[in-house]
Design a protein around this ligand. Structure first.
Ligand SMILES: [Zn+2]
Length: 53
């Protein structure tokens, strides 16, 4: 990818020491945390669209 990170640092997820690579609504996180956040937000979105409580 040609996209350069704005800064190089550590993952914003508590207790995770991975290298931050991806910007998400939850902060600047490593790729594995970004994947978890993506899955979690997808599940939340699914719940919203179905109207389940
Ligand atoms: Zn992480």
């Amino acid at each position: 990818m040609s996209l350069e990170p704005a800064r190089v640092g550590e993952c914003d997820t508590p207790f995770c020491e991975g290298a931050a690579e991806t910007i998400t609504p939850n902060g600047y996180v490593c790729s594995s945390c970004a994947a978890k956040i993506a899955v979690a937000s997808e599940q939340a979105h699914e719940r919203d669209t179905r109207g389940e409580r």
